[in-house]
Design a protein around this ligand. Sequence first.
Ligand code: 5GP
Length: 226
Amino acid sequence: MKQRGILTVVSGFAGSGKGTVMKALLSKYDYGLSISATTRSPRPGEEHGREYFFLTREQFESMIKGDQLIEYAEYVGNYYGTPRQYVEEQLEQGRNVILEIEVQGALKVKEKYPDTLLLFLTPPSADELKARLVGRGTEDASTIAKRMERAAKEAEMIEKYDYLVVNDQVERCVEEVNRIITSRQAAVSNNMELVAELTEELVRMASESGNGEKKKLAVSPDRKAK
Ligand code: 5GP
């Protein structure tokens, strides 16, 4: 039986550079990135089915009713949610999956799937966060203010996460994220099936070699007698 994949949630303040880190991580290592559904409008350059599935509120609410989302949350006036089918299929096939979602959603995922690895990505400082948000140039001043306010609230939730990764340099950050996920894969608790198989096999082998010992012992006295 194939080992189930690891489910990792990566959250971070808007402007933490999550998108860039995720892109670099996926181009280097094999992870399945879940594409979320949202009711917000596409930013320039974003495509339906690539960054998000861009839906109307009616379409999104019908996914909620149909239980097609693992979790969903409202963030700065829009719905965001994780479609269930892709995540379950990939995990079942043994592929490690990453969800890039905000904190309320992350905690809901952890409730549903307690083995989920929660990872929080942060810029080195609050000043750096503001500078990145302003520099991005895709949001107006009032949205930036809302996002900074939201970041302050999110900071209070970081203690519920398993790991904190400082995004000072993309490459370093990518390696750290990959290392954290890989070491979770090696955790004993994640390998109980293999442990059971190994134990069973070793017990069987030990009992076989135990018989061998008895046979040897049985012939040795004769040898001595000679
Ligand atoms: P943005 O509008 O900047 O693309 O995303 C806003 C926030 O929504 C980010 O913190 C992002 O991680 C989060 N987000 C994206 N997809 C989902 C999702 O499926 N569920 C939840 N709960 N949050 C999401």
